[in-house]
Ligand binder design. Structure first.
Ligand code: AAL
Length: 420
């Protein structure tokens, strides 16, 4: 038996079946009415007491498209690294790239700077306004993923004064493609004030050890359709906010996909607000035929309504994303067969969850275990507002909740069963 309900109930984790595109008869923008599956099996699975009295929560539950536990994962507390990447007072090491393996060594790149953060309001020509200000990209290698050796020299240095990356280069991601290595990263041109636009640059090399050739221009820029109000450096004061990425394009990550290159990024909007899910942060994608671009932003942007640092990986013929930190859909795994239309596949426990994840791309996610790539990887932690360090996370798949000694359910796929 099927009944119809108003789509107004469908927020947060709910996916409105069949309501993504307005039906021809709904051009007046009246809400469409998704059908609910009120089969005995469905009602029993969700424990719904009376199908004639469905609460808003029950209606949302009946609209969930994917409720299996293949994606569910629990994170353990993060562990410190050893060697050059152990925490060092006075030094910022943050936003690690993905980890790749070349010639038996793990490689990672990250933002590095030194000294206290001064914040805004002083002399921004001299000060360090954020921990990620005055950063450059550094590279380290490891045999075992625990003890790391940092190169003696910077991997990607700042540009000459007056160029688009003369102030800070940071939040780097790596892509290995056809014997070439590509680093994409955020760039700041001085002066760095609260209204400064943030862009994305690219560097490439035949070897993970460099030398790196940098793009002469950014490969991605913020949308140019917001309007500040007044001259004062106040990022909340706008005539018009513009697109979701009108202020900053951040956290770039390029994935080869379907014969093209998908550059996923975080957008920050001029006049950003705090809404019901937290900061107004969303993700976008820009697509190119070649790794060096040109990257054309998707007409479907934004492709998330939540999230922060980009964390995407290819699996099962599509692209998966861990959406963290901000927005009503934070702490969810999402999947898009076409790399654009993401839907929720599972929630993630907030406890111990790393942010600013550098995925371990040596671990292959599979259709059967799509979040296996999270077995271990790197992320940063805030030792203080001034100093951050990179640590190692690990996690395990959990498909049942079993008391010690009790019988597991049939077909349990947990890596290990543990209450946490
Ligand atoms: C991070 C990222 C970007 C921001 C800053 C450094 O969480 O989103 O990289 O610019 O914070």
């Amino acid at each position: 038996m099927k009944i119809k309900v108003s789509a107004f109930a469908a927020i947060a984790a709910a996916v409105v079946v069949g309501c993504n595109q307005p039906a021809p008869e709904q051009k007046d923008n009246k809400p469409c009415e998704p059908e609910l599956d009120l089969s005995t099996e469905k009602l029993d699975r969700f424990g719904i007491t009376n199908k004639d009295y469905l609460s808003a929560a029950s209606k949302r539950a009946l609209q969930w498209k994917y409720v299996e536990n293949d994606w569910y994962r629990v994170f353990n507390p993060m562990q410190p690294l050893k060697g050059d990447l152990a925490y060092e007072e006075g030094v910022v090491r943050r936003d690690p790239s993905a980890v790749i393996q070349v010639d038996g060594l793990y490689h990672v790149w990250y933002s590095k700077s030194t000294g206290l953060t001064d914040g805004f309001g002083g002399d921004i020509e001299k000060d360090k306004v954020f921990p990620w200000d005055r950063c450059t990209v550094w590279h380290a290698t490891s045999k075992d993923g625990w003890t790391w050796k940092e190169d003696k020299e910077v991997a990607v240095p700042l540009g000459e004064k007056g160029t688009y990356d003369d102030r800070s280069i940071f939040t780097v991601e790596v892509m290995q493609h056809e014997d070439m290595y590509y680093l994409c990263y955020q760039t700041i041109k001085s002066p760095y004030d609260v209204r400064t636009k943030n862009e994305v640059g690219l560097a490439w090399s035949k070897s993970p050890n460099g030398p790196w050739t940098k793009s002469k221009e950014p490969i991605l820029k913020p949308a140019d359709n917001g309007v500040w109000r007044g001259e004062e450096q106040n990022r909340f004061n706008v005539e018009k906010k513009g697109d979701f990425d009108s202020h900053k394009v951040h956290d770039p990550c390029i994935i080869p996909f379907n014969g093209k290159f998908y550059l996923y990024y975080k957008g920050e909007q001029m006049g950003e607000e705090i809404l019901f899910g937290g900061r107004q942060i969303r993700h976008g994608v820009a697509v190119a035929d070649n790794p060096k671009g040109p990257y054309i932003k998707s007409k479907y942007n934004p492709i998330s309504n939540s999230g922060h640092e980009i964390c995407v990986w290819p699996v099962d013929g599509g692209i998966a994303s861990l959406v963290t930190t901000d927005g009503p859909e934070r702490n969810t795994f999402q999947f898009a067969k076409d790399g654009i239309n993401f839907e929720i596949r599972g929630a993630v426990k907030g406890a111990n969850m790393p942010h600013a994840i550098g995925l371990n791309r040596t671990i292959e996610a599979t259709a059967d275990n799509p979040t296996k790539i999270f077995d271990w990887g790197l992320s940063h932690v805030y030792n203080s507002w001034h100093y951050q360090s990179i640590m190692r996370f690990d996690s395990y798949r959990k498909t049942s909740h079993v008391a010690p000694g009790a019988k597991k359910p049939d077909g349990d796929k947990s890596d290990k069963v543990q209450d946490n």
